[in-house]
Design a protein around this ligand. Structure first.
Ligand code: C2E
Ligand code: MG
Ligand code: MG
Length: 763
């Protein structure tokens, strides 16, 4: 565990978590422990790493998070650790609840602008009043709400804290070259009102530390004493901070303090992540400081920035000297990338962080180089480097691995989807035309492969190899796309070949079954329909899920006859239930893209309806959202023709594809089935909840019915009901049942409706 005090951030929603992370990452604050939920936070704090601050978002499960905050307070290690709460923008939060544990709070919308200054202030407050009084909750900042009862000292502190923020923001924009460092030093002096600020660093060719930048008030001598004359600076350069902001008494004799007659003084060591001292920041002023704790926190934040600037500078210089940077793009080269990857892996083993490795290969770059010359080739590489860098975060690594191959480490991955989104974005930005010096345009594309640590491999070689394999997968799929590494493609392929030949006989050998899963009305929970789901009961392998064998059946074309068999069987069963129970249930049957591509589909359906005598208006054909006009050119016509037969159409797995509203409007669909991946996240991921809500709303606006799939728990039911979903399907009500069991279920229903007196029919 790190010995630097870090910050713990907790937020269920990834955007919130990312904003929090970025706020601290931006100023080089380390380490940042990020948790998605209380359980993860608890596991991160198992060995009690020192924490400078805790920031908890109360959006998803406020009760649980509040409980966690109380529990932290009761642990001696975190008794005095400042805590900040982040509350929803709209939630009517009773902030009095926060007072006993939190030092401050802010709204979600103000994380970007406010989190850092609040953090600086809270850390400052905590050092002054460690455990003296129970922490009081500060009023929300004057920016957001009326500062009803802010006390005068709090205001003064806030003023200093906001100056510290502007300093941090300005420092973040400074470059690490000489001029940039001089600007940075002047910024610290001006915003924090110091008369002298100087930045010292160890340099490769110099024995003594070198003063890289110095700011001095006009009425003071411009030249300061040398490093050897400054005893306190030497202490800092050994790694110990000297802070005397209220009074310099007791500091002993120091050349700078004495010649400038300083009344406040601080010398802070600048260290890299491994705690190697790179230099020191010295700040002094004539007058002592009123709010020393906040000032110290501000200075330390500034010092962290200079430390990362020095680190970057050193890495650059070393890189140049040792050949670790690529001359064309100024990106790390293969050597440095491998080193970073190893460091990342070591760290991730310790912190439990997940990250992704990406291989980005330019398609047909060689022909650009050959036809337009190396100079143009270099321009393209430099542009690609910029495009890559501007689409990842500062803490990610982009490297030129070889020729036209780039590698990227995407750190701090919370969801695989985040990485996929970045990969997709990179594919897209690469496509936009590049302007060449002579005014001509050039278009390049890239193929990307992705692998994940620790899921795909836990060492750098395998991670890279997997990303590379996936990249070749992307190339073989027509380039200009990305692929994620799929474990064990060889064995998977072998299995597939074997199963496909078995599947060929399944229908004839009578190994296929149709199961039925009820669909119920959200309000009354009464059954209104059922979905037919095929099962393959293999004599040796047992029941095989359609999710596995349907793709095989599609690939081999067998789905056409299997699909027709399912439809016929289901129509026969449903017709029998209509007759036995005297009421009409809607029957849902899935159609695959391959079936939809058959010109004979409509005829097949019409024949089956005629043959079984099932009324088409009770048949609903389910078409998954991912089927597009691209894959099935005659999609709209086929669906129209099925509609004309009297059948209904449902869009299945809604939300997983990328159907546009316009596309949906054009499809002759009667109902939308919300995919279970969203339903599963109700109560877990507010983003997915928002999608569910929006889908229901949109379906209703388009005058379509809406069914939610995968309803498993009461919480899903409550949410869907509250948001006006029409019908529900899921394990909460019933699993898919074989024909006989479904028949029993219908009998049971009839018995209950009749007053529970009729005998159960077990036939
Ligand atoms: P689908 O059409 O979206 O069917 C819903 C799937 O969700 C079914 O999986 C069902 O058993 C499952 N499910 C229902 N409620 C819950 C729940 O509460 N929790 C969870 N975790 N799962 C639930 P199943 O039967 O394994 O079918 C998987 C997919 O295979 C279907 O997804 C459909 O796309 C395809 N499929 C099934 N039968 C056929 C068929 O006859 N023809 C075609 N073309 N595809 C079929
Ligand atoms: Mg379905
Ligand atoms: Mg579905």
């Amino acid at each position: 565990m790190p010995d630097f005090p870090g910050v713990l951030i907790l937020a269920a929603q990834r955007d919130v978590r990312r904003d929090m992370f970025d706020a601290f990452d931006h100023v080089g604050f380390r380490p940042i422990l990020a948790a998605r939920d209380v359980a993860q936070a608890e596991s991160l704090l198992l060995d009690e790493p020192p924490l400078a601050l805790v920031v908890l978002a109360l959006e998803a499960d406020p009760g649980r998070v509040l409980g966690f905050a109380h529990a932290l307070r009761s642990r001696p290690a975190y008794r005095d650790t400042p805590m900040i709460a982040v509350v929803d923008d709209t939630a009517a939060m009773d902030t009095r609840l926060l007072a006993p544990v939190f030092n401050d709070w802010l709204r979600r919308a103000s994380i970007r602008s406010e989190l850092l200054p609040r953090a600086t202030r809270s850390i400052g407050d905590a050092t002054t009043s460690a455990a003296a009084t129970p922490a009081a909750v500060a009023q929300e900042s004057p920016v957001a709400a009326a500062p009803a009862s802010v006390t005068v000292p709090a205001l003064a502190r806030h003023d200093l804290a906001s100056r510290a923020l502007s300093m941090v923001a300005a420092l973040a924009g400074c470059s690490s070259d000489d001029a940039g460092l001089a600007d940075g030093v002047a910024t610290v002096a001006n915003t924090l009102e110091f008369d002298v600020v100087s930045l010292w660093a160890f340099q490769p060719e110099h024995e003594e530390p070198v003063e890289l930048a110095r700011f001095c008030a006009p009425n003071l001598p411009a030249e300061g004493p040398s490093a050897t004359q400054q005893g306190l600076l030497k202490v800092a350069l050994r790694g110990d901070a000297v802070v005397a902001l209220e009074s310099v008494r007791g500091l002993g004799s120091d050349a700078l303090v004495q010649t400038l007659e300083l009344g406040a003084y601080a010398a802070l060591p600048l260290m890299d992540e491994r705690r190697v001292v790179l230099g020191a920041l010295v700040a002094g002023r004539r007058e002592p400081v009123a709010d020393a704790a906040t000032m110290e926190a501000a200075l330390r934040t500034g010092a962290n920035r200079f430390a990362s600037a020095l680190e970057l500078r050193a890495a650059r210089e070393q890189g140049r000297a040792r050949g670790l940077l690529d001359a064309v793009t100024a990106l790390p080269n293969r050597l440095l990338f491998n080193d970073r990857l190893d460091t990342n892996i070591r760290e991730a083993h310790r912190t439990g962080e997940c990250f992704a490795v990406m291989f980005v290969d330019l398609d047909r770059f060689k022909s650009i180089n050959d036809s337009l010359g190396h100079a143009t080739g270099d321009l393209v590489l430099a542009a690609v480097a910029r495009r890559l860098q501007s689409n990842v975060r500062a803490s990610d690594t982009v490297a030129r691995y070889a020729g036209d191959e780039f590698t990227v480490i995407l750190r701090h991955i919370i969801k695989r989807d985040d990485v996929l989104r970045i990969a997709e974005k990179i594919v897209q930005v690469m496509e936009s035309p590049l302007m060449l010096g002579d005014g001509s345009e050039l278009q390049i594309t890239a193929s990307i492969g992705v692998s994940f640590f620790p899921d795909d491999a836990s060492d750098s070689e395998m991670l890279l190899r997997h990303a590379d394999e996936a990249m070749y997968g992307a190339k073989s799929l027509g380039r200009n796309n990305f692929q994620v590494y799929a474990s064990n493609p060889d064995t998977m392929q072998q299995q597939h070949v074997a199963l496909k030949s078995k599947l060929r006989h399944a229908e004839r050998n009578n190994e296929l079954r149709v199961y039925y899963q009820p669909q119920v009305r959200a309000d009354s929970e009464d059954i209104v329909g059922m979905e037919a789901l095929v099962r393959w009961e293999h004599p040796e392998l047992g029941t095989i899920s359609p999710a596995f064998f349907i793709p095989l059946a599609e690939a081999s074309g067998l789905i056409v006859s299997i699909g027709a068999w399912v439809l016929r069987t289901a129509c026969i069963h449903a017709r029998a239930w209509q007759e036995a129970h005297g009421f009409n249930l809607r029957l849902g049957v899935n159609l695959s893209a391959v079936q939809l591509m058959q010109p004979s589909l409509v005829e097949t359906v019409a024949d089956i309806l005629a043959e079984t005598g099932f009324d088409p208006q009770h048949l609903e054909l389910e078409v998954t959202e991912s089927i597009s006009v691209k894959t099935v050119p005659n999609l709209v016509e086929s669906l129209d023709a099925l509609h004309a037969l009297g059948c209904r159409i449902a869009i299945d797995d809604f939300g997983t594809g990328a159907a546009s509203l316009d596309y949906l409007r054009r499809l002759p669909a009667d109902r939308i089935k919300i995919d279970q991946s969203f339903v599963r996240n109700i109560g877990v991921d507010p983003d997915d909840e928002a999608i569910v809500r929006a889908t229901i709303d949109m379906a209703h606006r388009l005058k379509r019915g809406v069914v939610a799939e995968g309803v498993e728990i009461e919480q899903h039911l409550d949410f869907l009901r509250a948001n006006g979903c029409d019908e529900l399907q899921g394990y909460l009500f019933c699993r898919p049942l074989p024909q006989l069991a479904f028949d029993k279920l219908l009998n049971e229903r009839a018995r209950i409706l009749a007053g529970g007196l009729a005998p159960v029919d077990h036939a």
